[in-house]
Design a protein around this ligand. Sequence first.
Ligand SMILES: *[C@@H]1O[C@H](CO)[C@@H](O)[C@H](O)[C@H]1NC(C)=O
Ligand SMILES: *[C@@H]1O[C@H](CO)[C@@H](O)[C@H](O)[C@H]1NC(C)=O
Ligand SMILES: *[C@@H]1O[C@H](CO)[C@@H](O)[C@H](O)[C@H]1NC(C)=O
Ligand SMILES: *[C@@H]1O[C@H](CO)[C@@H](O)[C@H](O)[C@H]1NC(C)=O
Ligand SMILES: *[C@@H]1O[C@H](CO)[C@@H](O)[C@H](O)[C@H]1NC(C)=O
Ligand SMILES: *[C@@H]1O[C@H](CO)[C@@H](O)[C@H](O)[C@H]1NC(C)=O
Ligand SMILES: *[C@@H]1O[C@H](CO)[C@@H](O)[C@H](O)[C@H]1NC(C)=O
Ligand SMILES: *[C@@H]1O[C@H](CO)[C@@H](O)[C@H](O)[C@H]1NC(C)=O
Ligand SMILES: *[C@@H]1O[C@H](CO)[C@@H](O)[C@H](O)[C@H]1NC(C)=O
Ligand SMILES: *[C@@H]1O[C@H](CO)[C@@H](O)[C@H](O)[C@H]1NC(C)=O
Ligand SMILES: *[C@@H]1O[C@H](CO)[C@@H](O)[C@H](O)[C@H]1NC(C)=O
Length: 758
Amino acid sequence: MGFHRILVQLTWVGVISSVMVAATDTQFPSALPNCPDRCGELEIPYPFGLTEDCYLNGTNGSTEFLIACGNKFGIPEPKIGDFLVTNISVQEGQIEIMMDNDIDCYYKNGTPQSNVMRKRSLTNPIFTISHTKNKFVSVGCDTYAYLKGFRNDKRFSSVCLSVCDSKSDVVNGSCSGIGCCQTNIPEGLKNITVEANSLSNHEFVWEFNPCGYAFIIREDKFNFSSAYLNTLRNNKTLPVVLDWTIDSEKCDLARNKSDYICGGNSTCVNSTYGSGYRCKCNDGYRGNPYLDHGCQDIDECKVKDNNNCTSKQKCVNKPGSYDCLCIEAYHMDVSERVCVPDRSAGQSSLAIYLAVGLFSLLVLLLGYSWIYWGLKRRKLIKLKEKFFQQNGGLLLKQRLSNHQMSVETTKIFTTEELKKATNNCNESRVLGQGGYGTVYKGVLSDNTMVAIKKSKIGDQSQIEQFINEMIVLTQINHRNVVKLFGCCLETEVPLLVYEFITNGTLSNHIHDKSLSSLLSWEKRLKIATETAGALAYLHSSASMPIIHRDVKTTNILLDDNYTAKVADFGASRLVPLDQTQLNTLVQGTLGYLDPEYMQTSQLTEKSDVYSFGVVMAELLTGKKALSFDRPEIDRNLAISFVSAIKEDRLLQILEDNIVNEVKIEQLKEVANLAKGCLSLRGEDRPSMKEVAAELERLRIMEKHSLGNIDVYAKKTEHLLSATSHSFNVDVDIGCSASTTVEYDSIGDQVLKSVEDGR
Ligand SMILES: *[C@@H]1O[C@H](CO)[C@@H](O)[C@H](O)[C@H]1NC(C)=O
Ligand SMILES: *[C@@H]1O[C@H](CO)[C@@H](O)[C@H](O)[C@H]1NC(C)=O
Ligand SMILES: *[C@@H]1O[C@H](CO)[C@@H](O)[C@H](O)[C@H]1NC(C)=O
Ligand SMILES: *[C@@H]1O[C@H](CO)[C@@H](O)[C@H](O)[C@H]1NC(C)=O
Ligand SMILES: *[C@@H]1O[C@H](CO)[C@@H](O)[C@H](O)[C@H]1NC(C)=O
Ligand SMILES: *[C@@H]1O[C@H](CO)[C@@H](O)[C@H](O)[C@H]1NC(C)=O
Ligand SMILES: *[C@@H]1O[C@H](CO)[C@@H](O)[C@H](O)[C@H]1NC(C)=O
Ligand SMILES: *[C@@H]1O[C@H](CO)[C@@H](O)[C@H](O)[C@H]1NC(C)=O
Ligand SMILES: *[C@@H]1O[C@H](CO)[C@@H](O)[C@H](O)[C@H]1NC(C)=O
Ligand SMILES: *[C@@H]1O[C@H](CO)[C@@H](O)[C@H](O)[C@H]1NC(C)=O
Ligand SMILES: *[C@@H]1O[C@H](CO)[C@@H](O)[C@H](O)[C@H]1NC(C)=O
């Protein structure tokens, strides 16, 4: 029973597999529709054909592709011309036929036996002898053989000579002239004939070799053996491989002709030698390219060897190629080369996917607006945070913790507050502009007037100076130092918020013609005294000494009462108490810069004293600290001022207004004090404290001797506040050293116009 069932099953397997074979065969038809595609065992693919209408007609209706299916002793015999066909390959464009072995036999007395075979030549023009697969061979011990043919319509002939004296000389498997000779076939050889001849009619070798042979043969079907010397006379024909082409033009021309026959999904291939073309199925296709729909897609997935899909992949066929898709619960990794398990492998049921999909859709819909606004907000906050860091927020925090200071007194303003205060950075609110950035006038919500300094975008050194200034200013609380209200680090560039000083810079008051006439000696002395006091405080009174490093008239601001306010601590340095000097990069403003510091790079408080000396000289003379409009010798005010005092020419260089105002003795005392400050050696200069005290003493003396000046000053006060609106460009609430030239030149122009006006 059991055995029976197995047998039945086996039978079924056989049936199924034979059905499948049949199916694949019909899938790739080789002949034209309704045409026989076989002659016996041999498949006859188009353009070859067995009957009219089934083969490719040549020019003028020639029959190069006609295969005649004959019959020999009841066995079908496919022939092309006179030659038996044993194999036809469409893919390789080759055909195997049986061609003649030219047998040349002799009798023992040397007379030739009559050769029953007539010499046949291969004249079919579509054929050339495959030069890669065949050899021309002669076999015999007294034999020479001709190969004759045509290449490129030119005659070609070749000869092979094989001789031997005894059968023992020949070597099995070797065909090198001893009993056997073989030569290569040249490319493109057509219309060939072969011919065997004898030198001495086999007279001396007849015992073992009465015949000579000449033939072309598939190289892989021939392995010489000594037996062939006799037995080859039984092999009337031998297999030869021929190349065939569609006898026409090459591809480029052939394509345009009406008889071009390459079908779909195929390409034209030039024949390697001479004219003609072949057709070839494109990659991924298989079949007969000479048929209209002959090239059919290869289903690479059906045969494992045809595809490279891994066990984790499913092969999916597609026209011309195939895809390897990951099987369920796997997905392609980023490199798109291998399948990796899904994170939630196993949860692959459709229901779960659906549920997850629907849920996320719901979440997406419901939370859309929330997410949208949330993201927008987050982005803004992120941006602000970024700016805070970029603007040195961290640096500030770090510095503040280093100095054990609190930021209590310093307010951190928000962007919105400052936007509102400056009326959205309105042009009309611009107080000054320069290399450092822009200063805006602002009004806070409690009506406090402020100056808001905004640095230039993207300048890291500027940002560092901003932070430096903040740290310095948070240390100081002095009526003659400009007050920092706070800062804002949330914007793209940091903003510093100061008390608004109404009356502009001292520089402006000294060098503007209309303003300088109002700047009485009393006021000048007051400004000098207050400035000196502020600097002395910075140097000694503050919790940690501060060197301003950039004392100059543009950094001294004045309010309506001519109260001096020292500003711009961007370059300032805190000096640890145990240190009296610092090595720094020289920084400051030409004309004010301490020459000793410039030379040694050693920063001390005395550098500020020198700069203050220049400020005093400026107050006394009304001249710019540095002006290229002046003769070279006078260009630097500090130098020309000191030399004028030494040469007793003080009166010549003093500001005209003040000379008439006060006793020359007092001016001389102040001038001498300035001269002391301008000493080349720092140690020769008085300290700021001494300077402040001396100025204070002189001021009190001045007040006692000239009470009437106060009246004069009061009279003109309303006038001053009116003119105070005229300052605009020169407002410098903390300009950096780098911008000073710009300011000096503005000053120069002002000075020039003042001088011109005289
Ligand atoms: C070949 O030519 C003959 C007549 O010249 C014609 O009957 C036949 O259809 C042609 N064959 C093809 C395949 O075109
Ligand atoms: C085809 O026939 C034409 C005239 O009938 C002739 O001129 C031409 O040479 C022929 N072509 C071939 C290849 O025989
Ligand atoms: C015909 O030649 C092809 C390759 O050229 C070979 O695979 C096939 O087996 C051959 N068929 C016969 C009947 O010799
Ligand atoms: C060569 O092979 C033939 C048979 O193929 C054999 O009879 C003969 O002895 C061999 N000759 C040599 C030298 O091996
Ligand atoms: C040819 O025959 C010889 C012996 O007769 C053998 O050693 C050799 O391997 C054969 N060569 C091929 C290519 O079959
Ligand atoms: C083929 O060769 C024979 C003799 O060698 C010659 O008569 C014939 O014209 C040739 N045919 C072609 C097409 O070259
Ligand atoms: C010659 O014919 C015999 C018998 O048909 C065959 O076995 C042998 O392989 C043939 N020799 C060659 C070189 O093809
Ligand atoms: C083939 O025909 C196309 C247009 O049909 C033309 O552009 C092209 O030049 C032609 N090629 C040749 C070699 O004649
Ligand atoms: C080329 O191949 C594709 C895919 O197999 C097929 O759909 C198309 O019909 C073919 N084109 C021709 C002209 O046979
Ligand atoms: C075929 O040969 C012609 C002429 O030699 C050449 O112009 C053309 O590019 C070739 N075409 C192909 C597909 O090789
Ligand atoms: C498979 O991959 C190897 C190496 O990448 C390649 O050589 C081979 O041709 C491929 N086989 C198929 C059927 O794609």
